[in-house]
Ligand binder design. Structure first.
Ligand SMILES: Nc1ncnc2c1ncn2[C@@H]1O[C@H](COP(=O)(O)OP(=O)(O)OP(=O)(O)O)[C@@H](O)[C@H]1O
Ligand SMILES: [Mg+2]
Length: 190
């Protein structure tokens, strides 16, 4: 996590101002997009390194802090100045890891299927949905990030719902077909 300086003024005591050091390398989404714009492939070794560093950041959050971010995604992963660490940011929705949540969290393409209730529009941000485990949904988003680092594409076309054609193949354990369709799909992060 980025070291934060927290200041709360007396008159605004219900607000917390957190100042973070600006990191010149930005976030992982921008890193991958920049490489793709220049038609450069990120090497397999670099991808492994990024996954390892992302795993380390998550382990700290989950097992030391006992929290989940509830919005793991490439743009919430910052790169330290010397590329030695990946740092999580955007703690607006973070909770204790054993929470059972009843409202939408996360970002569409990384969201676990149990959070997607098709009857509710996405604008219904505070609407109650069936309870789900924050930790399990975090693991889904974690795996989606790993997949996206490796393939430079999101795992599913839209959301992980029963109607998504790629998700259907995973559910049916048709992995060869999944990768054949996935590799052929035009969709990129850019
Ligand atoms: N300390 C930092 N150094 C460099 N860039 C940063 C830093 N903190 C945030 N950013 C950049 O700003 C973006 C938005 O930050 P953050 O996710 O915390 O805000 P947000 O308003 O919650 O965004 P969103 O709603 O899009 O998730 C990040 O994706 C990252 O690119
Ligand atoms: Mg963010």
């Amino acid at each position: 996590m980025v070291e934060a300086h927290v200041k709360v003024s007396k008159s605004l005591s219900k607000y917390t101002l957190m100042k973070f050091k600006a990191l010149k390398n930005g976030d992982l989404l921008r890193l991958i997009k920049r490489a793709s714009e220049k038609h450069k492939r990120i090497s397999f070794q670099t991808k492994l390194y990024l996954c390892k560093k992302f795993y380390e950041a998550c382990c700290h959050l989950w097992f030391v802090e006992k929290k989940v971010l509830n919005d793991l995604k490439l743009d919430n992963i910052l790169i330290s100045d010397c590329f030695t660490k990946l740092l999580l940011c955007d703690f607006g929705h973070a909770t204790h890891y054993n929470m059972v949540l009843k409202t939408y969290v996360g970002t569409k393409k990384y969201r676990a299927p149990e959070i997607n209730v098709p009857a509710l529009p996405f604008s219904a941000a505070n609407a109650e949905i069936p309870p789900f485990s924050a930790a399990k949904a975090e693991v889904f988003a974690f795996a989606s990030v790993l997949f996206t680092i490796f393939f430079e594409k999101f795992p599913f076309s839209e959301m992980a719902t029963s109607t998504d054609s790629l998700y259907k193949l995973i559910k049916a354990e048709e992995y060869e077909k999944f990768f054949a369709f996935h590799i052929a799909s035009e969709e990129t992060l850019v």
